[in-house]
Design a protein around this ligand. Structure first.
Ligand code: 13P
Length: 255
């Protein structure tokens, strides 16, 4: 049985002080350690240490970054390495978010290189795929996502793929308040699993966590998480407040 993963992507929000306040607030939500839900918060780089230091009341919340470089060190101004992330207690890394694809020119090839690097260094990648609105309108969304999955995970061993988390984030649903319907999410998640079956094996495709992202919130999460191939959420706006993040965890535990 796959566990769910409720993951918060804070994007360029929440400095160190706000991060400390968030974890203090989360500790006051009366949560006990979830049984069937992995939890993750991905703050900006400068807030990672605040997160790992202040999650004492909720030690089961994992901390991850939103990006990483694929070299170990050297002359890469402005970049951060996997070893640096591990040193501050990160265990996950979001890769290939649509905002990085759109604004920072990340291609499937770059995302593939980063995914392999992250896995080689013992971190868990949350690798993102998803179509833009024009692609969905032109009925190309299944092909677009298949190309992204094949490109992002090319050359991974079964063992590596098993440790990888995929997030399906339809770009038209990100930050727009418009969510994919549970049926739209389910059919794409099933499609992703079918692509994984053809690249790897049935067993492997059935083992990988596939998250949905795009305006998930406590009001729509139960219906999305009820779908058989939806294994959690990559959540932006609704992960910024302790009460709504806690509520998403509770909903996941009941799904
Ligand atoms: P929102 O939940 O704010 O739509 O953001 C989704 C997202 O991009 C998470 O990575």
């Amino acid at each position: 049985m796959r566990k769910n993963l409720i993951a918060g992507n804070w994007k360029m929000n929440m400095g160190p002080r706000e991060t400390e306040a968030f974890f203090e607030g989360l500790g006051e939500q009366g949560l006990s350690e979830p049984k069937k839900t992995d939890c993750l918060i991905c703050p900006p780089f400068v807030s990672l240490m605040s997160a790992t230091a202040r999650k004492v009341a909720t030690p089961w919340v994992n901390v991850g970054s939103q990006n990483v470089h694929f070299e170990n060190n050297g002359a890469y101004t402005g970049e951060i390495s996997t070893e640096m992330l591990k040193e501050v207690g990160c265990t996950y890394v979001i890769l290939g978010h649509s905002e990085r694809r759109e604004y920072f020119g990340e291609t499937d090839e770059i995302i593939n290189t980063k995914t392999k690097k992250v896995l080689a260094d013992g971190l868990i990648p949350v690798t993102c795929v998803g179509e833009v609105l024009d692609e969905r309108k032109a009925d190309k969304h299944f092909d677009v996502v298949e190309t992204q999955v094949r490109g992002s995970f090319a050359g991974l061993s079964d063992d590596e793929m098993k440790k990888t988390v995929i997030a399906y984030e339809p770009v038209w649903a990100i930050g727009t308040g418009e969510t994919a319907s549970p049926e739209q999410a389910q059919e794409m998640h099933e499609h992703i699993r079918n692509v994984l079956k053809s690249m790897f094996s049935d067993d492997l495709a059935n083992a990988v966590q596939v998250l949905y992202g795009g305006s998930m919130n406590p009001g729509n999460a139960a219906d999305l998480l009820a779908k058989p191939d939806v294994d959690g959420g990559l959540v932006g706006g609704a992960s910024l407040k302790p009460d709504s993040f806690a509520e998403l965890i509770r909903i996941s535990e009941q799904s």
